[in-house]
Design a protein around this ligand. Structure first.
Ligand code: NAD
Length: 254
């Protein structure tokens, strides 16, 4: 039955940025479908995520790491494997944004964003794929892209560069790793109500402009990503790879 293909029972997922926002929504969604979760976090403790996942009867391990550096990456995979014995799914969700006019943009705001949003994402994909190949193949990678994977945006040069890179890299890795039965896809959230968009939501003019342009007329919520995440993490999407799926209330259709 097709609904059975969406089940993730017995699967283990690493989710970065799992303590809040979209990462928490995705981690809980995967757990609702049956997966155990290795939740990577930075600064914010993932107590709420852990509580929600354990109340579903699933297991959770929190792994602290600052992913502006690539040094913690191998340790993340090792800790997840030590706790659960295997890994099947990787969600590269952790990401930051820095807003400033390009003419004044600093090297630090370029490097921090590119290091976390793109370089660590790539190195995590590598470490995940190496482990999955060692396990005999078969894995699912979900990268979190953005509307700015498709569009230019304004005032966020390193963010646009990183998220455009995420969409390109998703396609390249899909091509290279299909031979290992690793599907590599991305979700491009639209404008979602999280800390990432707080400055936009607090600016009445910008907020009204954005809402007026979203066909569904509302900000998205972390729960809105659960369906796409479970689809890409499960056998339901076994012949889908290299795709970036917009979950955007119609923004790109406009
Ligand atoms: P958020 O600010 O609530 O979450 C960001 C997450 O990244 C947090 O869990 C945080 O702990 C983690 N993080 C930040 N710095 C880190 C570091 N140095 N090392 C490790 N982890 C770190 O925002 P969000 O909206 O939940 O963002 C999640 C992802 O979704 C990001 O990749 C973001 O770019 C993307 N996204 C968000 C929106 C939106 O509208 N909110 C739209 C498109 C894409």
């Amino acid at each position: 039955m097709v609904v059975d293909k969406f089940r993730l029972n017995g699967k283990v997922a690493i989710v970065t940025g799992s303590a809040r926002g979209l990462g928490r929504g995705i981690a809980v969604g995967l757990a609702e479908a049956g997966a155990d979760i290795a939740g990577v976090y930075n600064q914010t403790d993932p107590v709420q995520t852990q509580k929600e996942i354990e109340s579903l009867g699933r297991k959770f391990i929190g792994i602290s790491a600052d992913l502006r550096s690539q040094k913690p990456v191998n340790g993340i995979v090792e800790k997840a494997v030590k706790r659960f014995g295997r890994i099947d799914i990787l969600v590269n969700n952790a990401g930051i944004i820095r807003r400033r006019e390009s003419i004044e943009f600093t090297e630090k705001d370029w490097d921090d964003v590119m290091n976390l949003n793109l370089k660590s994402l790539f190195v995590l994909c590598q470490a995940f794929a190496r482990r999955v190949i060692q396990q005999g193949g078969g894995g699912k990678i979900i990268n979190i892209a953005s509307m700015l994977s498709f569009q230019g945006g304004i005032l966020v040069p390193s963010y646009t560069a990183s998220k455009s890179g995420v969409m390109g890299l998703t396609k390249l890795l899909a091509n290279e790793w299909a031979q290992y039965d690793i599907n590599v896809n991305a979700i491009a959230p639209g404008y979602m109500a999280t800390d990432n968009t707080e400055p936009l939501r607090n600016d009445p003019k910008r907020s009204a402009e954005l809402l007026g342009r979203i066909p569904m007329g509302k900000w998205g919520l972390p729960e809105d990503l659960k369906g796409a995440a479970v689809f890409f993490a499960s056998d339901a999407s076994s012949y889908v790879t290299g795709h970036t799926l917009a979950v955007d209330g119609g923004w790109l259709a406009r």
